[in-house]
Design a protein around this ligand. Structure first.
Ligand code: GRF
Length: 214
């Protein structure tokens, strides 16, 4: 079985690049078939070019109609948001619910929305982290798939905190995507329950142990 996913990004695209590189190295039955962006200047496009991944720029008008047509044509197993800075309309979420995942740079429900790392930093939290969740029609409110915490040293500057958060994102997003594609799970209300998390492919920490290195 070969899985294909599309990644949606509006900005730098460092998560997009991490997903492409890690699927090519460790999760070779997953193909990133397209980058989709809404920003013509997104650095993610440059990354798509040097990684050799096709990309599509969504038009300003009827953006989500066009996206929907692309999704119907490409039929990805997952629609992966990685810094896609648009609120997804309800009809699109309802049509594709359970297929759209997002990564957010805080421990939700703390600090949803924009500038989450800055919000957490300014608040002075001593623990923050990352959240990977299904997308519903709210802002960063969908059922949580995975979270990973980070202890914050109050002497860090914002750049240090950003660096550590991004490292966690790059470390975990692809293994979690792999888990969603390979492992049976159910979405029960707000809870995502992996029904057989003893299976090897479901163990995202195998990457940490280096077991995927070819
Ligand atoms: C990440 O921090 C992600 O959590 C948030 O947007 C940022 C995207 O960064 N949703 P990049 O474009 O992948 O570098």
């Amino acid at each position: 079985m070969v899985y294909n996913i599309v990644v949606l990004a509006s900005g730098s695209g460092s998560n997009f690049e991490a997903i492409v590189r890690q699927t090519r190295l460790y999760f070779t039955d997953i193909t990133v078939s397209m980058l989709i962006t809404d920003k013509k200047n997104a650095f993610a496009i440059k990354r798509a070019e040097y990684l050799g991944i096709p990309y599509t720029l969504l038009p300003k008008h009827h953006r989500f109609r066009v996206l929907d047509e692309i999704i119907d044509a490409v039929k990805p197993h997952l629609i992966v948001l990685a810094g896609f800075m648009r609120i997804i309309p309800r009809w699109f979420v309802e049509k594709h619910f359970g297929k759209i995942v997002n990564i957010h740079p805080s421990l939700l429900p703390s600090f949803p929305g924009m500038h989450a790392i800055r919000q957490a930093y300014d608040y002075g939290v001593r623990v923050t982290g990352i959240t990977i969740h299904f997308v519903d029609s709210g802002v960063d409110t969908g059922p949580i798939i995975f979270q990973y915490p980070l202890m914050v040293n109050p002497e860090w500057d914002i750049e240090k905190l950003e660096e550590y958060i991004h490292r966690l994102e790059h470390r975990f997003y692809t293994p979690v995507i792999n888990g969603l594609l390979h492992c049976p799970y159910e979405i029960r209300g707000r809870k995502v329950i992996f029904t057989d998390n003893r299976g090897d492919a479901c163990d995202i920490f195998r990457v940490e142990r280096g077991e995927y290195i070819p």
